[in-house]
Design a binder for this molecule. Structure first.
Ligand code: NI
Length: 139
């Protein structure tokens, strides 16, 4: 079993804000991340596919095709966007990295069979900062 990864990048704005709570409670829990007028991050997204190589190509997945897929299905929808207001698959959800990776997983897991019959989605890793990242393995 091999693991093969592609890194992509996007910039986006968000705020962490639970509309069920008062402004004070949001500030207490989320601190400056609850700032009404948004803040931004330079996100790195790492998508890992696992599988055995296709004997015809030696590839688990063609990384060029994986990059094109991630860009078309995910990066286009997130880059230079506001995660709270501009992104259809985040509507009604708190704009946390945790919620974001789960939605990215759903999108890519459904589309991956279109570009490889040897690889399966293994992990979505999202860096919000160089020191903070979230990983999701589909469960
Ligand atoms: Ni933030």
């Amino acid at each position: 079993m091999l693991h093969i990864s592609r890194k992509e990048h996007f910039n986006a704005a968000h705020k962490l804000y639970n509309p069920q709570w008062s402004k004070e409670k949001n500030v207490e829990v989320f601190g400056p991340c609850a700032n009404e007028n948004w803040h931004g991050h330079n996100f790195d997204l790492i998508v890992t596919v696992k599988g055995k190589p296709d004997p015809d190509t030696g590839f688990v997945v063609d990384l060029k095709k994986l990059s094109t897929l991630i860009r078309a299905e995910v990066i286009e929808k997130l880059d230079h966007k506001n995660l709270n207001t501009d992104v259809d698959f985040m509507h009604g959800k708190l704009a946390s990295c945790e919620n974001l990776v789960v939605e990215i997983w759903k999108i890519l897991d459904a589309k991956l069979p279109g570009i490889t019959s040897f690889g399966k989605l293994h992990c979505i890793r999202l860096y919000e900062t160089p020191r903070n990242y979230v990983e999701y393995f589909g469960e």
